[in-house]
Design a binder for this molecule. Structure first.
Ligand code: SME
Length: 163
C-alpha cells in the first residue's frame, strides 16, 4: 500500500534528502514487479521529494524514445536516438548533466522554463531500455550527488525490467 513519503522539513541538504527518500522508494517498489507502476511511483516520489520541475521516463522503442510516466508539464512524446539530451544519453550509454540547457547543442525544449537537466540511462545488460529525465527551472541544479543516487535507482530497477 502506498504511503506518503516523509522527508523532514528541516532537511535541505540534497544528499540527506536522497538518503531519506531512497529507502522509502525502494520499500514502495518492493513486491511489485509491474514496470509501469514502478516507473509511475518512482517519478512521483522523486518529483515530490526533491521538488524537481519535471521528472519522467522515456522508454526505448526501436529507434525512438517514447514518453512514459512523468510528473510536471506536458512533454515531447517521441525523441530520436542521438537527439536532445535524452537521445544523446541513450546513444552514449551514459548519464549526462547539463548545467545550462541553452548551452547544450540540440537540446529539446519541452518547456521554456527548464534551465538545467540530468538524464540517466537504465540498462538491461549492455542495452539501454529506459531513460530517466529530470529537469530543473534553475541553472546548475544537478551534480555528482544527483548522479550517484539516480544511478542507484537505475540499478535497483534492473530487477523489474524485462526484454
Ligand atoms: N530536454 C529533453 C527533452 C525532454 S523534456 O525535457 C521533458 C532533451 O533535450 O532530450
Amino acid at each position: 500500500m502506498a504511503e506518503s513519503f516523509f522527508i523532514a522539513p528541516d532537511v535541505t541538504d540534497k544528499k540527506e534528502k536522497y538518503e531519506a527518500l531512497l529507502p522509502q522508494l525502494f520499500a514502495l517498489l518492493e513486491g511489485e514487479n509491474d514496470l509501469i507502476a514502478n516507473m509511475a511511483n518512482a517519478v512521483a516520489a522523486l518529483h515530490q521529494g526533491m521538488n524537481f520541475f519535471w521528472t519522467g521516463f522515456y522508454r526505448v522503442d526501436g529507434e525512438e524514445l517514447v514518453l512514459g510516466p512523468f510528473q510536471g508539464p506536458v512533454a515531447c512524446t517521441r525523441i530520436k536516438k542521438g537527439k536532445g539530451v535524452c537521445g544523446a544519453s541513450w546513444e552514449k550509454k551514459q548519464t549526462i548533466i547539463v548545467d545550462d540547457v541553452d548551452q547544450f547543442p540540440g537540446h529539446i525544449a519541452c518547456s521554456s522554463d527548464s534551465r538545467s537537466e540530468i538524464v540517466i540511462p537504465f540498462f538491461i545488460g549492455d542495452d539501454v531500455v529506459l531513460i530517466l529525465d529530470v529537469d530543473s527551472d534553475k541553472l546548475n541544479c544537478f551534480d555528482e550527488t544527483d548522479q550517484y543516487f539516480l544511478e542507484k535507482i537505475a540499478n535497483h530497477f534492473s530487477k523489474f525490467i524485462q526484454h
